[in-house]
Design a protein around this ligand. Structure first.
Ligand SMILES: [Cu+2]
Length: 180
């Protein structure tokens, strides 16, 4: 992100020089510009910011978790727990075909069956989601199969699970490093 901001700064400076009295608008334009940057394309002229020489190593990043079967997280408001029962492949890899089995239980440990959940992969260092949606299949006993999870590039990935229970939204966030 720092690299992106630095590389984009000349545009900001140019805008400010030409439109000194509309700096806030220029800043807004810059935000949009950054969001639209193809920073994660395979175009060799714009490598990812953390791509130091072609190999991404984020295994020791303090933000990421070590994958293990049955990795369990408690939601922010403690209304549910999410267990990543298994990942295929395990650990997750750079691929459009990751499949996760997820189990949800409520605060009393009872399975959350048939809930409408939202699964959002995101790369915090690049500011983007994958280009495709995760497929969600409700299984028995509070289990959900998440397929076609599209980790399309190496780096730190967050996967946020949003669950709405009795009208209240709550979430957990898995975080993994996918080396490449
Ligand atoms: Cu990315």
């Amino acid at each position: 992100m720092t690299f992106m901001a630095d590389s984009a700064r000349p545009s900001y400076t140019d805008s400010r020089m030409n439109f000194t009295h509309v700096v806030p608008s220029a800043a807004l334009l810059l935000s949009g510009f950054l969001a639209a940057l193809p920073a994660c394309s395979s175009d060799s002229s714009s490598p990812p910011p953390n791509d130091g020489g072609g190999v991404v190593t984020c295994q020791n990043d303090p933000r990421v978790m070590a994958y293990q079967p049955n990795l369990t997280l408690e939601s922010g408001s403690k209304s549910f727990k999410a267990t990543l029962v298994s990942a295929d492949p395990a650990p997750p890899v750079v691929s459009s075909g990751n499949t996760w089995m997820l189990k949800l239980v409520d605060g009393s440990g009872a399975p959350i069956t048939g809930a409408d959940i939202e699964v959002v992969p995101y790369m915090p260092d690049h500011g983007h989601n994958p280009p495709t949606k995760v497929l969600i299949a409700k299984k028995d006993n509070g289990t959900y199969e998440l397929s076609k999870i599209n980790f399309f590039m190496p780096g730190v990935w967050w996967v946020t699970i949003n669950v709405t229970l009795s009208g209240a939204a709550d979430s957990v966030r898995f975080a993994f490093c996918l080396p490449g």
